[in-house]
Design a protein around this ligand. Structure first.
Ligand code: SF4
Ligand code: SF4
Length: 375
């Protein structure tokens, strides 16, 4: 198995166990995917769950009035968003009744490969330092998750179900232990605090399981599945972690999909420095963002706010070989400046950032590639 490493972190940054909420934004923004498919017009009144364009999985998370299209930024590769002004009436499109019986077909509509699997792994591991989003989905919804996993087990005659979480998630472990007695076929697997174990392929290899017969489901996705299958509800909110070394009280927040990140920060976050950098989805694999007009879409799981530090100047390579030794897919990052090598390596590289993290002379391989690309 691939050697896994522990990323150094500031142990004083602890996400509070209380979940905050930001569920009443004045405006929300939904990505426009195809302008030929728009179903609404300016000033239309909409309900929660209404579609704004054909064939889009983005449904209105609030009731309100369509105010137009606006240029915004997000982790989604689109430029324009529908602007909806919240009327706070919480009018909902008619929803299915709460169900206790879920058919095989309904499960397969969300997890189409389940029919061919022997095992299910519930993955509640956050693969970035200071991020606790997946862990909190499990913490808040473990009873519902166990119920749903048990139904899967019976309907699909599964052999094993594993619930995977970090060994350091002590509150989650205590809760789960007390309920797991009722589900003898669901096994708890605690994994060490090493980087990349939250990635399906690494987790499966750690557990000694194979991709062909195992379905790996993230805790956030199982939560969406429970809301849809049992409550008949479409997704209107999600969890995000906001933390970092300048955040007075790091926390997990339940937010309306489509909220502006700046509004959430203004209302709930106390930042202890003026000179900071913002990172979406972690320090290792996430990216630096500008908060202005940044919309929360389902791809966003965290915002890290870090004090700006003098960028360490890259030195001369000392040929230690550590960048190659650590690479989980056995690439030679030193050869990235060679266009022929990069062409083959680009798709293989999982952009984990380990090569730059380990380099003693601070060479930023992927950043250097991007900069070269833009020249
Ligand atoms: S970022 Fe790419 S090259 Fe660097 S260690 Fe990760 S997979 Fe290897
Ligand atoms: S880790 Fe840095 S110093 Fe070592 S071989 Fe790679 S680029 Fe050179």
């Amino acid at each position: 198995m691939q050697k896994l490493i522990t990323i150094k972190k500031d142990e004083s940054i602890l996400v509070s166990s209380q979940v905050e909420s930001f569920l009443k934004p004045d405006y929300v923004y939904l990505p426009l995917l195809n302008e030929d498919h728009i179903l609404v017009r300016l000033k239309d009144k909409i309900k929660i769950g209404d579609a704004l364009e054909q064939a889009s999985s983005y449904l209105a998370p609030v009731s309100g009035v369509v105010r137009g299209l606006k240029k915004m930024t997000s982790l989604k590769n689109v430029s324009y968003f529908f602007e909806i002004e919240n009327d706070f009436e919480e009018r909902r499109k008619e929803e299915a009744k709460i169900k206790r019986k879920i058919s095989k077909k309904e499960f397969l509509s969300l997890f189409p490969n389940l029919a061919h699997k022997k095992n299910v792994v519930l993955n509640a591991i956050d693969d970035e330092v200071y991020v606790s989003t997946e862990n909190f989905y499990l913490f808040l919804h473990y009873e519902e998750f166990l119920e749903l996993l048990d139904k899967m087990y019976q309907l699909f005659s599964l052999e094993n179900i594993y619930v995977c979480l970090r060994a350091s998630s002590s509150e989650n472990i205590t809760q789960l232990m007390s309920d797991l007695g009722m589900y003898p076929h669901i096994l708890l697997k605690m994994v060490p605090d090493t980087y990349l174990l939250g990635q399906s392929s690494f987790l499966l290899s750690y557990l000694g399981l194979h991709e062909e017969d195992t379905e790996v489901i993230l805790a956030s996705k199982l939560n969406d599945a429970y809301s849809f299958l049992v409550r008949g509800r479409t997704k209107s909110d999600q969890l995000i972690t906001i933390s970092g070394n300048v955040v007075k009280k790091p926390m997990v927040i339940q937010v309306k999909v489509g909220s502006l990140l700046q509004d959430i920060v203004n209302e709930l976050v106390c930042i202890t420095s003026d000179d900071v950098l913002y990172f979406a989805n972690g320090l290792m694999r996430g990216k630096e963002i500008c908060l202005d007009s940044f919309v929360v879409t389902e791809e966003l799981n965290s915002l890290l706010i870090m004090k700006r530090q003098e960028k360490e100047k890259a030195g001369k390579c000392i040929r230690c070989g550590m960048c190659h030794d650590i690479c989980p897919v056995h690439l030679h990052p030193l050869l990235f400046s060679n266009p022929t090598y990069w062409e083959q390596a680009e798709n293989k590289c999982i952009k984990c950032g380990l090569c730059s993290y380990i380099c003693p002379v601070h060479i930023q391989f992927l950043l250097d590639r991007k900069e070269e690309h833009h020249e």
